[in-house]
Write a protein that binds this ligand. Structure first.
Ligand SMILES: Cc1ncc(COP(=O)(O)O)c(C=O)c1O
Length: 454
């Protein structure tokens, strides 16, 4: 280990890593310190250059260290370092960005509230809806329907909307959020075909609505494709069906597009352009600035805005950094790159190649399913393809394969028996083939090791 790594790791003992086994980290130095980045690559403190197969954390959409974004941030800080969007204050960058987002968002989603993380964007959506229903004289219409497998963030409310498994040993608000079955065809559909599974999920939603009473339900929240839950792609027509049901029972639809917006699936927003469905609220973050600055947006419909901005209404919600000038400048420069370089359009080609090549890995002995879309993919490993029997957790198969990938120059994210890939959106064909090659070799090598262990 180099002295540089040693120094970083010594300081690191004060850092609380997120979603980490803290005791495990105390016992081992098995950490990767990323010290620099450029384009689709990062460099660790040992000097290894690695393909950033997870785009930072599904966020570095336009690639690392783009000069245009860095210059826009610097210019903004040299002009107006900070001012708030509280009370009657505004500033040019937050104003311009809200207009830009309203132009890009589908339907009548024309009003934007800024936050600084995806979790806050989702919390804000719920707080705004609760206030909306209070103003409409429907104070009981508060419950939220979410799904098993969902990830909506780590603030108290966002975690309550996340899959219950993530709260093991932690507390969440009770009775506010109710979870539906996950649309995880590979493991939940049994003998049902796609259409039957879709009907089954729709009935599950209707049963839940009837059980809770539509008069008590504020919203249904869903990611277009579940990310941290293991890249779960719902059956064809799912989002439209859920929209029909929410419309019928007068329940709002919150689309959590924290990951899926700004190009990852080949469109600025996936809800309308990919799934032909307009929600009432879209929450987004990550690709909004490509991670260069922390910024999120809760984009609400005119209908909701009209009620919360009626005479006498006070909007008692906001964060000091809502619409921070430097973060807004970063987002504008980032969106400019996405548009000028037609990145979403290119992703429809390169992302499709990525998807198809990775789907080809199903020929390997331990690959049970490869799923996802474009630059949002997951590979699930199984002990037995026929029975879909999983490896036991202590074998840490995903982690083993991720380590093999890293040795070969690729960062991938393990999640139990699943490996997640969500790279930058600027990869060329050669790099895409290289990722597939590294994955293939790493899976084959791990399969051999697993066999020698069993
Ligand atoms: C779909 C989704 N929603 C919300 C969040 C939370 O975003 P943040 O970590 O910025 O709070 C995430 C983070 O990964 C996410 O994937």
């Amino acid at each position: 280990m180099s002295t540089r790594t040693d120094e970083i790791l010594t300081n690191d003992s004060h850092l609380i890593q997120s979603f980490a086994n803290l005791d495990g980290l105390k016992q081992t130095n098995a950490r990767t310190a990323i010290v620099s980045a450029k384009g689709g690559y990062v460099t660790d403190s040992e000097g290894n250059e690695l393909i950033d197969g997870i785009g930072g954390l599904w966020c570095v959409n336009v690639g690392h260290r783009r000069k245009e974004i860095i210059d826009a941030i610097t210019k903004q800080l040299n002009t107006l370092d900070y001012y708030s969007t509280f009370y009657n204050f505004t500033h040019p960058m937050a104003a311009k960005l809200s207009k830009k987002i309203a132009d890009l968002a589908p339907g009548n989603l024309n009003r934007v509230h800024f936050g600084n993380s995806g979790s806050v964007a989702n919390d804000s959506a719920v707080r705004m809806l609760h206030h909306y229903y209070n103003r409409l004289g429907k104070p009981h219409k508060k419950k939220i329907i979410s799904r098993v497998g969902a990830y909506h963030g780590s603030t108290h409310l966002a975690m309550a909307m996340t899959t219950p498994a993530y709260s093991d040993g932690w507390d969440v608000t009770e009775n506010l959020v109710h979870h539906l079955q996950s649309p995880y065809s590979y493991r939940e559909a049994g003998d049902m075909n796609d259409e039957e599974f879709l009907n089954h999920l729709a009935n599950n939603m209707i049963d839940k609505i009837n059980e809770l009473g539509p008069e008590n339900i504020a919203a249904f929240i869903a990611e277009p494709i579940m990310g941290a839950g293991g890249i779960i792609v719902p059956p064809e027509g799912y989002h439209q069906k859920m929209r029909e049901i929410t419309d019928e029972y007068e329940i709002m639809y919150i689309a959590d597009e924290v990951v899926t917006a700004f190009g990852r699936l080949g469109h600025m927003f996936a809800s309308q352009d990919k799934y032909n469905m307009t929600p009432d609220i879209i929450c987004t973050a990550k690709g909004l600035t490509s991670g260069y600055q922390p910024l999120s947006a809760t984009i609400i419909s005119d209908e909701i805005y009209d009620v919360i901005s009626e005479p006498g209404a006070m909007f008692l919600h906001g964060m000091t950094y809502s619409g921070h000038p430097a973060a807004s400048a970063a987002a504008l420069a980032n969106i400019d790159i996405l548009e000028k370089e037609e990145i979403p359009k290119k992703v429809r080609k390169t992302g499709k190649l990525f998807e198809n090549l990775l789907k080809g890995l199903t020929d390997l002995e331990i690959v049970g399913e490869v799923r996802g879309s474009h630059f949002m993919m997951g590979i699930e490993f199984v002990k037995n393809k026929e029975t879909k029997e999983t490896y036991s957790d202590d074998l840490a198969v995903g982690l083993k394969i991720a380590s093999e990938c890293q040795k070969r120059g690729l960062i991938a994210r393990p999640l139990g028996n699943i490996l997640i890939l969500s790279p930058t959106l600027i990869l060329n064909e050669g790099e895409i083939y290289r990722i597939e090659g590294i994955l293939r070799e790493s899976i084959i090598e791990t399969t051999k090791k697993l066999k020698s262990m069993i």
